[in-house]
Design a binder for this molecule. Structure first.
Ligand code: ZN
Length: 221
C-alpha cells in the first residue's frame, strides 16, 4: 500500500463511489479524502448521498460551492425545466461546459494545500455520451496544465476511463462492494431515489448491471 495521499472527486454516484472504494483499498482510508462540488444540480439528493457515503466510509469530505456556474451557462443538468435529450450539436443537453476542467482545477488547488499529489476522477470515455471533458486526452492535457500552473507534480488517475458500465460494476464486485454501490449510490438525472429507470443515466446503469450479472452467472456455471 502506498503511503501517499489521494483526493477523490466525489459526487456520490456509482462511478465516483467505486473510485473512492478503490482508493481506500489502494491508499488506506486514513490517506484518502473526498471533494464534492455543488454547481446547481437539479437535485440535492445527490449531495446528500455523497455526504452519507463519505461519513459511512469515514472519509474526510470537503464540499465546494460552484453554483456561480448557473449565472454563465445553461444546461439540462442544472435547469429542471429543460428537456434531457441529444441536442443538435450531438451532445446531450445535460453536458455542462467546463465542468471537469473546473472540478480538476479546484481539486488540485485544494490537494496541493494538503500535500496531496494524487487526484482521482471517475470520468470515462467508453460508455458515455461523448462529453468532451471526459476524454483521456483532455485529462492528460489538464494534468500538464495543472502541473505547470502550480509547479507541482500532480498525478491525475482515471481508473474508469476505458471501462464499460458492466466492467465498473465488476470492479465494485472485486472490491467486495457491489451491493454497497448498488444500494447507496445515486445516479438518476431525474433525482428519483432508487432511480427512475428511464433517464439515460438510469438506463446505462441498469443495462451495465444486468450485463455484468448475466456474465457473472454464466461464468459461475
Ligand atoms: Zn433516472
Amino acid at each position: 500500500m502506498s503511503n501517499e495521499k489521494a483526493l477523490v472527486i466525489f459526487s456520490g454516484g456509482q462511478d465516483s463511489t467505486t473510485c473512492l472504494l478503490q482508493a481506500i483499498e489502494q491508499y488506506g482510508a486514513a490517506q484518502v479524502e473526498a471533494i464534492t462540488f455543488y454547481y446547481g444540480q437539479r437535485h440535492a439528493v445527490e449531495l446528500e448521498r455523497a455526504r452519507w457515503i463519505a461519513q459511512d466510509l469515514q472519509i474526510r469530505q470537503t464540499e465546494l460551492d460552484l453554483s456561480l456556474m448557473q449565472h454563465i451557462t445553461h444546461n439540462a443538468l442544472m435547469d429542471s425545466q429543460a428537456e434531457i435529450k441529444t441536442a443538435d450539436n450531438g451532445l446531450p443537453t445535460t453536458f455542462v461546459d467546463g465542468r471537469n476542467a473546473l472540478f480538476l482545477l479546484y481539486a488540485a488547488i485544494y490537494a496541493k494545500s494538503q500535500g496531496i499529489r494524487h487526484i482521482i476522477t471517475g470520468v470515462c470515455e467508453t460508455d458515455f455520451s461523448g462529453y468532451p471533458d471526459c476524454r483521456d486526452v483532455f485529462v492528460k492535457s489538464m494534468n500538464v496544465t495543472l502541473n505547470l500552473a502550480m509547479d507541482y507534480a500532480f498525478q491525475i488517475h482515471t481508473p474508469l476511463m476505458y471501462l464499460s458500465k458492466a466492467q465498473t460494476w465488476a470492479l465494485a464486485d472485486q472490491l467486495g462492494r457491489l451491493n454497497y454501490v448498488r444500494e447507496h449510490t445515486h445516479t438518476c438525472y431525474q433525482g428519483v431515489v432508487g432511480g427512475c429507470g428511464s433517464c439515460p443515466s438510469c438506463v446505462l446503469r441498469e443495462k451495465g448491471l444486468a450485463e455484468y450479472l448475466a456474465g457473472r452467472q454464466a461464468g459461475a456455471q
